[in-house]
Design a protein. Structure first.
Length: 683
């Protein structure tokens, strides 16, 4: 079996990418997503791609999938009826939260509605102190009564979160055993399993989120797993986690909260590997699809990681890549606000009805604007697989052009300027707000719409170099073939970071590494393929927020602790503008990330040609670059015919099946040895 298949489900398209390990060839297929049942588009895309290759499904030796099922269930409120069992006196913590207003200057702004209503939040008698001492034993009779009550009230899932259970999980585990006796069909989430960390509100919010979407993700993955097996897939299917690694479907079914960023994370991982090989280890990734844009920062070839995020106002703590999402995609709809200003997004036309030019929608989208301006082929997309209507796009854009007193091309150009500003703000969140200057990084666009907007976005940010990968439209699907099996272990243990604490720090990491070793054995990862990354979240004593610092490989020694302290000082100065080496530092949460190296796609170079791209020239198209020049005849090239060494000057368009790259005047594009497009941005 030589085929490796990756599938990424987006809001508009589902991308399928296959790599033949014997020949080194890459195959890509796009099909329209099916939001009512994402698995249907996956099966269709895999079948079509395998038919295109001429291989049966049993030749697939590796299958990985990036999914947004859990995320969509959270955003749309389509999880299951969920109950909560918690320590007496803490039932309202889920609603009280941190006492902060969602909008600082809007006293009318509402907090998000809890996933568990108050009548399904039940308290039981138990109490563990902050020292780990059991002050009040668990009242098992109360637990049994609470479980029966939740069953009578029709819950499908139960979250269990006790105070300080991250120190002593015995009470939560006892509740799980009682639920198994009284309500065995319930989906159960324990906070000590999902997030063994301090900060009770964030832990409660995370375990409730896990329970709320757990049955939805479980049913989806189990159904897809069964369908693929019935079709002849013999390989164990894997799914992407938010941390950029993959795990088997069966493991992910128990921890769906770790799949919140399943879709975009592998695109970042793949881009990091591709660009490091090409000589660009410091990049900002920009994944623009049909519904949203995801941006992330990679430094020295390693994606930045974070311990959590807020999704729709609800905190989720789980190891994940530092990805920021904004509602700006090809399907984002343009509209005019009450002040008469042009706005774009976050509402999207989605897969259906889709942009107006696709034939079903009538509202103006970013894709329609690109068709009007001829940046996109005005007759078809996907190398002719999908016919589109320029007239429909013009009619849609006219609905915002007329109220603004603009002609249709000017309004379309205005839409691109607005969406570019939205995306630039998202990139500043992961760069400027983290202490990094985007001008020091190359911009790496992918997704179906990324390369369309990259040159304009680079100018907005002051970025001088853009790197467009070989298959940007299916980069996330390709990234699935370039990632390792991976999981995270964590534990809160507030510990002074000083010379005398070496043994204490070593002890915490040793316990986590023991868990990692057990996981390696369970997943069948041999010793040669194992890798551990150790991090600790540090703060000055008295602070309420921490910064992650990596612990050097090897034994924990006085020297390695000193290097960790110095790394914390550097990180604190970068983020907050100062460091205080005289203040005591403490470690709060310790983390170990375990990775099992898997066979991945190997990048191959191609033979160089001369600078002349004439062999790839397919014609000319009039591009609307600005109101003064109007439509300007510009060359169009077929990317499949470009060879390393070819040079193209803007303005120009480079088309391929999965995306279109636009060069603006002054840009200079060179094809490198890995077939990436390296664009030097003009003034």
């Amino acid at each position: 079996m030589s085929l490796r298949v990756g599938v990424d489900t987006g809001g508009t398209f589902t991308d399928v990418c296959a790599f033949d390990e014997e020949t080194g060839r890459m195959f890509v297929r796009k099909v329209s997503s099916t939001p009512d049942d994402p698995g249907r588009a996956i099966v269709q895309g895999v079948d079509e791609l395998l038919a295109q290759i001429g291989s049966p499904i049993h030749e697939v030796g590796y299958f990985a999938h990036g999914t947004t099922v859990g995320t969509n269930a959270l955003l749309t409120g389509n999880g299951v009826r969920t109950g909560l069992i918690t320590t007496r006196g803490f039932r309202d913590l889920l609603e009280l939260g941190r006492g902060r207003r969602p909008e600082m200057y809007d006293p009318q702004a509402d907090k998000p509605r809890p996933f568990v209503p108050r009548d399904l939040r039940l308290e039981v008698t138990e109490r563990v102190r902050h020292t780990g001492e059991i002050e009040t034993p668990l009242d098992r009779d109360e637990v049994r009564e609470a479980v029966r009550t939740l069953k009578e009230r029709g819950v499908e899932s139960i979250a269990v979160c006790f105070l300080y259970s991250y120190l002593v999980p015995d009470h939560e585990r006892a509740v799980r055993d009682i639920i198994a006796e009284e309500f065995p069909e319930a989906y159960v989430s324990l906070s000590s399993d999902v997030l063994p960390e301090f900060r009770e509100y964030e832990r409660l919010s995370t375990v409730v989120t896990n329970a709320y979407v757990g049955p939805v993700v479980f049913r989806y993955l189990a159904r897809l797993r069964g369908t693929l097996a019935a079709n002849g897939l013999t390989a164990v299917p894997h799914v992407t986690q938010s941390n950029g690694g993959v795990i088997p479907f069966t493991t992910a079914e128990q921890l769906p909260v770790r799949l919140v960023l399943s879709g975009p994370s592998t695109g970042v991982v793949g881009a990091a590997q591709i660009c490091s090989a090409a000589g660009f280890p410091d990049i900002i990734t920009f994944d623009m699809g049909g519904t949203s844009s995801d941006v992330s920062l990679v430094q020295n070839g390693e994606p930045k990681v974070t311990a959590g995020m807020e999704l729709d106002g609800r905190p989720i703590r789980s190891p994940m890549l530092d990805i920021h999402t904004v509602g700006a995609g090809g399907g984002s709809i343009a509209w005019i606000d009450s002040g008469g200003h042009l706005r774009v997004g976050p509402r999207s036309a989605g897969a259906f009805p889709g942009p107006a030019c696709y034939g079903n929608g009538i509202e103006p989208t970013v894709t329609d604007a690109n068709v009007v301006l001829h940046f996109l082929n005005p007759e078809y997309l996907l190398n002719g697989q999908m016919k589109i209507s320029e007239q429909a796009a013009q009619r849609a854009v006219a609905t915002v052009a007329e109220p603004l007193g603009l002609d249709v091309p000017e309004a379309a150009l205005g839409m691109l300027r607005v969406v570019t500003a939205n995306m630039a703000r998202a990139i500043r969140v992961v760069s400027v707000q983290r202490g990094y200057d985007p001008r020091d990084y190359a911009l790496v666009p992918f997704g179906g719409a990324g390369p369309l907007h990259a040159s304009r976005l680079a100018r907005e940010l002051g970025v001088s170099t853009v790197v467009v990968p070989e298959v940007p439209g299916a980069q996330s699907a390709m990234g699935l073939l370039m990632t390792d099996i991976k999981t995270d272990f964590m534990r809160t243990a507030i510990t002074p970071v000083e010379a005398d604490a070496v043994d204490a720090i070593a002890g915490v990491f040793a316990a986590l590494e023991e868990q990692a070793d057990a996981w390696f054995a369970e997943e069948g990862v041999d010793a040669a393929g194992r890798e551990l990354v150790r991090r600790a979240e540090l703060r000055y004593r008295g602070q309420n927020f921490e910064l992650p610092v990596e612990l050097p490989a090897g034994d924990v020694t006085r020297a390695s602790v000193e290097r960790m302290l110095d790394g914390f000082g550097e990180a604190h100065e970068r983020v907050y503008g100062y460091r205080d080496d005289a203040s005591p530092v403490e470690a709060v949460t310790f983390r170990v990330q375990a990775s099992g190296r898997a066979p991945t796609v190997e990048l191959h170079t191609s033979e160089r040609s001369d600078a002349d791209p004439a062999a790839a020239f397919v014609g000319q198209r009039a591009l609307y670059l600005d109101a003064e020049a109007g439509y300007t005849a510009s060359p169009v090239y077929d990317r499949a015919r470009l060879r390393p060494g070819n040079v193209i000057a803007g303005p120009a368009v480079i088309e391929q099946m999965d995306t279109t790259t636009v060069l603006l005047p002054g840009d200079r594009c060179t094809v490198d040895d890995y077939r990436n497009l390296i664009i030097a941005i003009g003034a």
